[in-house]
Design a protein around this ligand. Structure first.
Ligand code: AMP
Length: 204
């Protein structure tokens, strides 16, 4: 989200798109709901169709875009390569953090249901779980329960980790430490993306 604001490009989060579809009860959303709540992955064909439709929109065609939470499987990465042709992905950014830290962050995460602003039990909004940005209600995500978090992390190891090696082997992977305050992680991300844009050395 912050990267997209910084570079003034669309933020394409498949999780946000799926949650919005579920909330407005579209056919896609109704189908996605049971996967979302259980922390399961939505089938690849559905996600690829959704991303293909999003990439048809004009705002993705000028200055690029930042994808968030996609691709999550090798089949999605293959499908995405096809969708982009003849263009290619610039960079895959992998935020690296120890599992205990990820668990702690997910379990304490609270999200504004209107604008998606993220808080935590340690850093709540100023007033009564009302979003500081838009006044929306700040809630715990249905899939941030202990059971669903555990399942999502298992699926990450199984389905998503193989993509890391794939992007590394084609020289597109950058690993950035996800430890530290949000501003510190953001500054590290901007540093590597800026270095990439300057055409300099960007591998730490
Ligand atoms: P996120 O907001 O990225 O944490 O995603 C929340 C949930 O949305 C995941 O646990 C999946 O159920 C679903 N989801 C998001 N992106 C994908 C994707 N690329 N492939 C399959 N399921 C996804």
């Amino acid at each position: 989200m912050r990267l997209s604001h910084h570079y003034v490009i669309p933020h394409i989060s498949t999780g946000d798109m799926l949650r919005a579809a579920a909330k407005s009860r579209t056919p896609l959303g109704l189908e996605a709901r049971r996967y979302l709540d259980a922390g399961d992955l939505i089938p690849d064909e559905i996600v690829l169709r959704m991303v293909a439709a999003r990439l048809e929109q004009d705002d993705t065609r000028t200055r690029g875009f930042v994808l968030d939470g996609f691709p999550r499987t090798v089949a999605q990465a293959d499908g995405f390569d096809e969708l982009l042709k003849p263009a290619e992905l610039d960079l895959a950014l992998n935020l690296v953090a120890p599992t205990e830290l990820v668990l702690e962050r997910l379990a304490s995460r609270r999200v504004c249901e209107d604008c998606g602003a993220i808080y935590s039990t340690a850093v709540p909004p100023k007033l009564n779980w009302t979003c500081d940005v838009c006044g929306g209600e700040v809630l715990q995500r249905e899939d941030d329960t202990e059971e669903a978090i555990k399942h999502r992390l298992e699926l990450y190891d199984l389905a998503t980790v193989p993509i890391i090696a794939r992007y590394r082997s084609v020289g597109k992977l950058i690993e950035v430490s996800g430890i530290g305050k949000p501003e510190e992680v953001f500054d590290s991300l901007v540093a590597v993306v800026d270095a990439y844009q300057r055409g300099g050395r960007f591998f730490p």
